[in-house]
Design a binder for this molecule. Structure first.
Ligand SMILES: [Zn+2]
Length: 270
């Protein structure tokens, strides 16, 4: 059994890496395997952060398709087993991940996409960075398009994953961002309509792997003079419902709760 961390530990870990204040109530038990890589590289702080959030990519996919995830490991080699929060629904999980709190604290305990006023990673970024350099790029009306609104930062709502990723690339290439969150949802959409391992869903999973790789490569071209970090961070897993044959999530079972995150931490090239 390997040690798993809670998704509530992500916010404070990023704050510690970027030398930001912790949001009130956030779990401040850092992910020590990530901190060890950071400390071993003798980095004082991370200046640029890419947070890639692909919806519903569970640990079972990482185990079943190792060659796909090896492509991610080449760029983000610190692999961390994580446990999500219950109920394993997108707004509940991303709210926990980005506030560092449990659902009963942040208040989203079901599939509700209301604006969250619990202090979050974004509030810490706005305090600790130039707010113009903090950006969230998401599919229109998705969880991550909606629940962290009302902060003085940059938001882009796009039609679907391709437009989200094109926008993110354009922003990384043309503007000096310190933190960029990129949300993609094709795999989640596909699992609900066709099952978790249908050809369409596997193609969607591969699209997320390729999108992350492409984004990291654009960052590497533009951010080499900075200390930088890349995170591949899905919110929960999924399982097939034996009655419908289609995918779903929301339960407190390993297929829904267990995920794997990948961190890449790089020191600036002098
Ligand atoms: Zn989700």
């Amino acid at each position: 059994m390997s040690l798993s961390y809670s998704i509530t530990q992500i916010t404070s870990t990023i704050c510690e890496l970027m030398d930001l204040p912790f949001p009130k109530d956030a779990d401040i038990d850092f992910i020590d395997s990530v901190m060890k890589v950071f400390n071993d590289k003798n980095i004082d702080k991370i200046d640029k952060f890419l947070f890639y959030a692909p919806d519903a990519i569970g640990k079972s996919l990482v185990k079943k398709f190792p060659n796909e995830f090896d492509k991610i490991r080449k760029l983000a080699s610190t692999e961390v087993e994580m446990i999500s929060v219950y109920p394993t629904k997108t707004p509940v999980c991303f709210a926990s991940m980005l506030t560092g709190t449990l659902p009963e604290v942040h208040g989203i305990q079901s599939y509700k996409k209301n604006v969250l006023y619990q202090l979050s990673l974004f509030d810490s970024l706005v305090l600790g960075c130039n707010p113009d350099n903090v950006v969230n790029v998401a599919v229109k009306d998705s969880t991550l398009d909606l629940i962290f609104r009302d902060r003085p930062m940059e938001y882009y709502s796009e039609k679907y994953d391709k437009q989200v990723n094109d926008r993110a690339i354009q922003l990384i290439e043309n503007k000096d961002f310190d933190f960029i969150l990129v949300y993609n949802q094709e795999y989640d959409d596909s699992l609900h309509s066709t099952g978790i391992e249908s050809p369409q869903s596997i193609a969607a999973m591969k699209n997320h792997v390729q999108s992350f790789i492409k984004l990291v490569k654009v960052c590497e071209t533009n951010w080499s003079g900075y200390n930088r970090a890349y995170l591949f961070a899905p919110d929960h897993g999924a399982h097939d419902d034996p009655e419908t044959g289609k995918g779903t999530h929301g339960e407190k079972i390993p297929d829904d709760m267990e995920i794997v995150h990948f961190w890449g931490i790089y020191k600036k090239r002098d």
